[in-house]
Design a protein around this ligand. Structure first.
Ligand SMILES: Nc1ncnc2c1ncn2[C@@H]1O[C@H](COP(=O)(O)OP(=O)(O)OP(=O)(O)O)[C@@H](O)[C@H]1O
Length: 666
């Protein structure tokens, strides 16, 4: 006389349970060990038992707070009748007797029976289970009916809950933990575990509840069988025949082991063990569904991790070219040269005007070379005193000179297995050039004060704004060194040769300064026209400075043309050439206010060809004020004629600076 318990109030797992007269007694209580786990504070750990005896169903109360049947407190044990309600705490379970089902045909059993059954994957193949004799599948039970096989509403709900929660998990560990907990909650299993089959996986075993991880090893035998068969292994409830008492499974009533695989071989196994009674087929189906989702979820997380790593690798090694902004033919050609030269072991000489992006090119060469994992050491040859350069480049030994209180590795050594970028190599003294040549030729050098030579595996990228050919002709640069450096020459075009890139560059720098200032700057069309009309003698560096300066100084987020500090400067600076180096621009003579005023008046008069009204407008003062100021200048001996000639007694020569006019300096 089969029966069923169905949850009507409160919370318990599972919410419905089929009762078989020949099955194990069903226990109810708060502990996970129970057949029905009650989620109720009023329930004792093991609160009651429902069992079949003398052809009838009974309930026995063990709980502190009592068990009620149809409102009457159970004293010891009482018989259960069809339709009665068992109440423990707030949990109400309806007891229903099921009508007898006609006996089902059973196929002949083979002579020897396996004590383990292999369940074919997926609910579609569920019927295959019945190819094995049903009485051996569940030896103490009647043949399971369809309800034992099909997932019911509560299991489907639990499955949906698991899937919804699983997509939120971020790490494989979290996903596995979530799957194991979902299985424990739904099936009232005693233990659920995940065992990686990858010996190199850092987290090969996860067991829930965590307290069980120490005491209960996951069965190696089951793992091996599941891995070998590639299918679910479901042990018989009666394990005693199959497992010696020493086996880790011998204390359980039933066990399931599922190989986890997504697109290839199994990569892990899922173990679920249960005490008290065997799993029903619905449990297995539920666990299989969770396992399938888990396997694919882990595969997705793994793929995502690989892609993220790959993506970050690609970002750091990226072609350079991504950092070099510009879509003009000049910049496209530059990128092509970089990508061709980068993998070669040869020395590269990067030539270009100051601020045109030579260092950026050197960085791109390094990032795209086979040395990308190694160091990139940058040395500005012009910034180191010639007397110190040798020690800086090649290092020194302790005591080599006063102040050398310890051994110091030189820049060559620091760049070992990487790239040494010698910026402004044209500024090296002839003495240093000779030493550098030796290193480049023999790749061996001697630290200052050392007795022996050392070697470093360094690729040299050099840069200069000078025309080295001319420097050689002038006797300022060694020809042999030039040849050595210029194995691969790369010319970086000045910005005036690719003005079509100005909008993109401007947008790039504007975005940078916007994110730094947490504002959203934008240029007006007039401001952009102004940027495009300017020849940018200081190249991209100057453009960047002008944009940053305008943005920082602007009150609102819209940058007007006036805010770009280049007024009237277009004709000021003859574009410098590689040959001549940067031309010193017309700058205020000093920070002395009266000198700046004289300089400004001089500039305005020159620019307006002596027209006082126009000059006053440029200076943003009235015509009368300018007249007064001009008079004062005349008193000092600076007349209009000398102003127009730019010849002012009080105006010293423009500051000689290698830096071109920068926006912030205007
Ligand atoms: N094509 C470009 N795309 C983006 N930024 C650029 C570009 N060219 C130059 N820059 C920027 O301009 C500034 C100057 O570039 P860099 O220092 O590489 O010039 P340089 O030629 O080495 O100058 P110097 O000869 O004075 O050392 C840097 O901020 C750099 O990032």
């Amino acid at each position: 006389m089969r029966a069923r318990l169905t949850l009507e109030g409160g919370e318990c797992v599972p919410p419905t349970l089929d009762l078989s007269p020949s099955g194990q007694p069903v226990t109810l209580g708060r502990s996970r060990d129970n057949t029905v786990v009650l989620r109720d504070e009023m329930a004792s750990r093991t609160h009651a038992k429902i069992y079949f005896e003398d052809g009838r169903w009974h309930v026995r109360d063990f709980g502190l707070n009592g068990t009620r049947v149809d409102g009457h407190r159970v004293n010891g044990a009482v018989e259960l009748s069809d339709g009665q309600r068992v109440k423990i705490g707030e949990v109400v379970l309806k007891f229903v007797l099921e009508p007898k089902s006609p006996p089902k045909p059973v196929k002949d059993a083979p002579a020897t029976m396996p004590n383990i059954k292999t369940v074919n994957e997926g609910p579609h193949n569920a019927t295959k289970v019945h190819e094995l004799p049903l009485d051996r599948l569940l030896p103490n039970d009647l043949p399971p009916d369809q309800t034992a096989k099909q997932l019911r509403v509560d299991e489907l709900t639990a499955l949906c809950k698991f899937m919804t929660g699983a997509v939120e998990t971020k790490t494989p560990h979290d996903l596995i933990g979530f799957a194991l907990r979902s299985i424990l909650n739904q099936t009232a299993a005693k233990l659920a575990g995940y065992l990686s089959l990858d010996p190199e996986d850092p987290g090969p075993k996860i067991v829930m509840p965590e307290s069980a991880a120490i005491d209960i090893p996951l069965s190696r035998r089951l793992t091996a069988q599941a891995q070998k068969n590639g299918k679910t292994i479901w042990l018989f409830p009666d394990l005693s025949a199959a497992h010696p008492p020493t086996d880790s499974l011998s204390s359980f009533a039933d066990a399931i082991c599922i190989p986890l695989k997504a697109s290839g071989e199994p990569f892990a196994t899922l173990h679920v063990y249960r005490s008290g009674r065997a799993f029903v087929e619905r449990d297995v189906r539920f666990i299989e569904a969770v396992a399938g989702f888990l396997a694919h979820g882990l595969e997705i997380l793994r793929t995502r991790r690989t892609l993220e790593a790959e993506n970050s690798r690609l970002r750091t090694h990226t072609p350079a070219a991504d950092d070099i902004i510009g879509g003009s033919n000049a910049v496209i050609h530059l990128r092509q040269q970089i990508l061709r030269a980068a993998p070669q072991p040869f020395t590269v000489l990067v030539q270009g005007e100051s601020g045109s992006g030579k260092e950026l090119v050197a960085l791109a060469l390094h990032r795209n070379s086979r040395r990308a994992e190694g160091p990139l050491v940058v040395v500005n040859c012009a910034a180191i005193a010639p007397t110190l350069l040798e020690a800086e480049l090649f290092g020194y030994k302790k005591g080599a000179f006063s102040g050398a209180d310890r051994d110091h590795p030189g820049l060559f050594q620091q760049a070992d297995e990487g790239t040494l970028f010698l910026d402004e190599v044209g500024e090296l003294s002839l003495e240093c050039q000779a030493k550098l040549l030796r290193v480049i030729e023999g790749k061996a050098f001697r630290p200052v004060g050392a007795t022996g030579d050392i070697k470093a595996d360094v690729r040299i990228v050099a840069a200069t704004h000078r025309d080295l050919e001319k420097e050689v002709k002038a006797g300022r640069f060694r020809q042999d060194l030039m040849f050595r450096l210029k194995v691969i020459p790369i010319r970086v075009p000045p910005l005036r040769e690719h003005p079509e890139d100005i909008p993109e560059l401007a947008a790039f720098f504007l975005a940078k300064v916007s994110s730094e200032c947490r504002r959203k700057f934008k240029l007006t069309a007039a401001a952009m026209r102004k940027l495009q009309a300017y020849p940018w003698p200081g190249n991209v560096r100057q453009l960047r400075a002008a944009i940053e300066s305008a943005a920082v100084m602007s009150e609102g987020d819209t940058i007007e043309a006036d805010a770009i500090p280049l007024t009237g400067t277009t004709e000021l600076v003859a574009a410098p050439t590689v040959t001549s180096g940067a031309t010193a621009p017309d700058l205020p003579p000093s920070l002395d206010m009266s000198e700046i005023e004289t300089w400004a008046i001089c500039r305005a008069m020159k620019q307006t060809n002596g027209n006082v009204s126009h000059a006053a407008k440029l200076l943003n003062i009235s015509r009368d004020t300018l007249h007064t100021k001009l008079k004062k200048l005349e008193e000092k001996g600076i007349n209009r004629h000398s102003l127009l000639a730019g010849n002012t007694a009080v105006t010293p020569a423009p500051i000689a600076t290698p830096e071109p006019l920068s926006a912030t300096e205007v």
